[in-house]
Each structure stands twice: as C-alpha cells, then as structure tokens.
Ligand binder design. Structure first.
Ligand code: 5AD
Ligand code: SF4
Length: 458
C-alpha cells in the first residue's frame, strides 16, 4: 500500500510519462465488466484506452484463477510481456483481478515483468498504484472489502456491438463450494444499490443498448436492505430492470440451484423481456459428489427446480456447468452426471476437468484421486453427450419462428446478420435492411453445430 506522502510526487511523474492503457481480460463475464469499471476509473484520472498494445504506457492484465490452466495462460502471457518490456523499459505492467489476489507474493517475487498488483476490490486505488510505479517502485493492493460494489462508477463499455451490456449487481461469494477459489479471491458477498442498477440499465437503453445481463456469482441471493426497511430481493430487482422498457431484454448469471426460487420464476414468466434461458450449474449428477462438493442440494432437488422452470416457462432453455473427475468420483458417479444431462436435456453447457485450487476445502481435506487420463476420458464423454443433446435441441427449433435481437453483421458474410433468441440461441439470417439493435422475426430453416439459420418473416 502507498503512503499518502508519496502520492503527489509520483502522480505527477506518471502523468508526464504517458497515459495510454491497454487492458486485456481473461475469465468470466464479471471480469469483463470489471475491466470496464477499471477503464472508467482510469479515464477519470486522465488516462486513455488504446486498442493498440504497441502504443501502451501501461498494460493491465485482468486475470482469472478458477482453474490452473487459466493461471498458466496468464503466466505465459507475462513472459511475453517481459520480452516487450525489454525493448520498451518505460512500459509498466499491472496484474489485476483474481490472480493478483491469490498470488500476490509469488507474482512480486517471480514475475519480473509485473510492476503493479491490484485485487478485485482495489480498483479505485489503481491511479495511486500506477503513480507509485512511476517512481520505479512496485505497488500492490489486494485488500478485500465488505462494501465495495463500484456502484457509483459508470463502466466505459468495451463491447464491440453496442447492443448487449453487462451490469454487475453484486460481488463476491460465500457459498464456499469445496473446489472453488472464488470466495477467496473475490471475498464476501455484497449487493449493489438497486437504484444505481436501474439507472445504469436506463442509461444503456437510452444509448441504444437492447440487452443487459445482470451479473453476480449467485444472483439469487441478491439482497438490498433499503433505509425505509423494505428489502429488495432478486425477483424484485429484475422486475425493476424489466420495467425500464419492454424493448430492453434482461438476462442474468449465475443462479445457484439451492436458491432458485419460484418467486423468481413467476416474475420471469410475467415479463416477456426477461429472457427464457436459465444458466443453472449442476456440477455433478451424483449425490455423493454434490455432497463432497458442498453444493447444498441433491440431484432430486436440482431436478425438481428444473421441473419448476418448465412448469412456469415451458419454452425456457437451460444451460449448465459440469465438472469431471472431482475428488472421489467413481465411474458410477460419472454415469449419474451423464444421466442427469440426458434427463434435463441441456441446451448448452460449460464442461471442465476438476482442477485442484490451493486453499480451497477440497485441496486441504480431500484427495485429488481421479487420474488425469480418467478425468480426460470422462470429460470427453460429457462433451460428446452435450454435443448430441445440443444438436437434438437445435433440430427441434427448425420450423419455429423466434424474435431475434440483432447483435452484429455475421463474421462469415457481410450479407448476413447474427443475433440471439430469448432462449439464447444464436441465429444467422439474411441482412436485408436490418441493423444491430433491431428485433426481427425469423423462421428457423436449418442449423449447424453452434448456430441456427433462418429467414425473415413479416
Ligand atoms: N475445477 C474445475 N472447474 C471449476 N469450476 C470452478 N472451480 C473449478 C475447479 N476448481 C467451474 C464450475 C463453475 C465454473 C465457473 O467453473 O463449474 O460453475
Ligand atoms: Fe464458486 Fe460455488 Fe461461489 Fe459459484 S457458488 S463462485 S462455484 S463458491
């Protein structure tokens, strides 16, 4: 941390030495939105963002610790940045986000390229930390906060399409799933003032955006205690955002199965602009493994939540996260995961091999005993099954008509647009006179593995 006395001198030095930042982001949507908050903080201090890394005076790497391979990628990148720094000694490099939080000492000791470290709750301190590096020192702040939500900061949008945007509604997590590093890197759970969330959504709509995704590690436990004593829960919050305008689509991520309430499902069903897709990470289909993971629900509870979703919104799609090869996972447990996938019929999934994370309950108390080749084989089986399920679901959409929100011109052809249905399926169709931000009725005529193809209907 910086002493206040050092601040002013070094700050002047920074301004004199160049003010262009290049930021690269690894990991989840929350990290992406955090980068937008960081840019807002830095712009206020006179820094400018550049998309050209060769112009940068400061490179910030916003990092992810969720699995070992995410960290290895960043460590590889830091070696590349070290080579760039050799040619441009005035260049500063900062590591921010989850790896900064988890590996502060190691980064300062071993990574010669790193001048600055800031954890997820320390972004307001970045201008000060940068100023400190201007004196040739290395600077770090990894203090986690019980209050920080960056509620008053208007993120500078870094998305490419200007149609869809993220809004963080809470930070941190207190679920302490046995495998997960997030509660340690992002700290305790706190919710953001709903007024600032609704204002942000309204401002985005006024600026032409047509979809917001409300972000949190566990959005269902969002809770704001207002000064008048009235509590705003997640269903109430999402209703307030949906009411901004019927033409503003609202999505959210991520829901924890133990907290997915009927109240939320009823609210979703009432508003057409709350999207018909729920991301509900199952992690495993086996009760033994769910218990070992400390997930707080059983397979039966999970399936009952799926039934509730289908009851209120039969047209709702469901996506999930699955982990292959958690500690103690037997062949039978793995088969249970495959059978859960078939039973739910997921539309899509993020699928991972278990990666032991230092400091977690599993690392300290359980044995990472599934051999690497078995983990890989199980993951392959999970991925193969998901590909089959996704293809089956896509085929079912052929002949149906969906309202598609256009996001951009297709990467493959400038005569085609792509957008999403409320169910979160990507649709490609002829451009005609439509533009990003338009809602278009599209009849599905075919599909490839990842995309639906369609034609416009009047
Ligand atoms: N190993 C593998 N996957 C993990 N996830 C979280 N921690 C780990 C880990 N240690 C997965 C979970 C979570 C998603 C964001 O990442 O499936 O839902
Ligand atoms: Fe990690 Fe579990 Fe929190 Fe998700 S709910 S961030 S998996 S601890």
């Amino acid at each position: 941390m910086i002493e206040p006395g050092q601040l002013q001198v070094s700050h002047q030095y920074t301004k004199a030495s160049g003010n262009k930042i290049y930021i690269e982001t690894y990991g989840c949507q929350m990290n992406f939105n955090d980068s937008e908050v960081v840019v807002a903080i830095m712009q206020k201090e006179g820094f400018a963002v550049t998309k050209d890394i060769t112009e940068a005076d400061l490179i910030l790497v916003n990092t992810c610790s969720i699995r070992d391979n995410a960290e290895q990628r960043v460590l590889g990148r830091l070696r590349e940045l070290r080579a760039i720094k050799r040619k441009k000694p005035a260049l500063k490099v900062g590591v921010i986000g989850c790896m900064a939080e988890r590996m502060k000492e190691q980064l300062l000791e071993k990574e010669k390229a790193v001048d600055l470290i800031a954890g997820p709750d320390a972004y307001r301190d970045l201008p000060v930390l940068v100023a400190k590096t201007g004196t040739g020192m290395r600077a770090a702040n990894v203090i986690l906060s019980h209050e920080e939500t960056y509620a008053d900061i208007n993120p500078v949008r870094l998305d490419e399409n200007h149609v869809t945007a993220f809004i963080s509604i809470m930070r941190g997590c207190e679920n302490f799933c046995a495998y997960c590093v997030v509660p340690y890197t992002r700290g305790g759970e706190r919710s953001r003032d709903p007024e600032t969330i609704v204002n942000e959504a309204r401002n985005l709509f006024d600026a032409g955006y047509r979809e917001v995704t409300l972000l949190g590690q566990n959005v269902n436990s969002y809770l704001w205690k207002s000064s008048t004593g009235a509590n705003i829960t997640f269903p109430k919050l999402i209703e307030l955002v949906a009411l901004v305008d019927p033409k503003l689509r609202v999505r959210f991520a991520t829901s924890h199965p133990k907290d997915l309430s009927d109240d939320l499902l009823r609210t979703m069903a009432r508003y057409k602009n709350i999207c018909r897709n729920i991301h509900l990470p199952a992690q495993s289909g086996s009760n033994n493994i769910l218990q070992a993971m400390k997930r707080g629900y059983t397979r039966e509870w999970y399936l009952q939540r799926i039934a509730a979703i289908k009851h209120y919104m039969p047209e709702c799609t469901i996506s999930t996260d699955l982990i292959a090869g958690f500690c103690g996972e037997t062949e039978q447990d793995h088969q249970q995961t495959l059978s859960l996938m078939r039973e739910v019929g997921y539309d899509s999934a993020f699928m991972f091999k278990y990666s032991q994370r230092p400091g977690t309950y599993a690392a300290d108390n359980l044995t990472d005993d599934v051999p690497e080749d078995v983990k890989s084989r199980r993951l392959t089986e999970i991925i193969d099954l998901q590909n089959t399920l996704s293809a089956e679901n896509k085929k079912k959409d052929i002949g149906k008509t969906f309202e598609v929100l256009v996001e951009a011109v297709s990467k493959k052809s400038k005569n085609e647009l792509y957008g999403r249905t409320s169910q979160n399926s990507v649709v490609v169709f002829p451009k005609m006179n439509f533009n990003p931000g338009d809602y278009v009725m599209v009849e599905i005529t075919g599909c490839t593995q990842a995309t639906l193809k369609g034609k416009v209907v009047e």
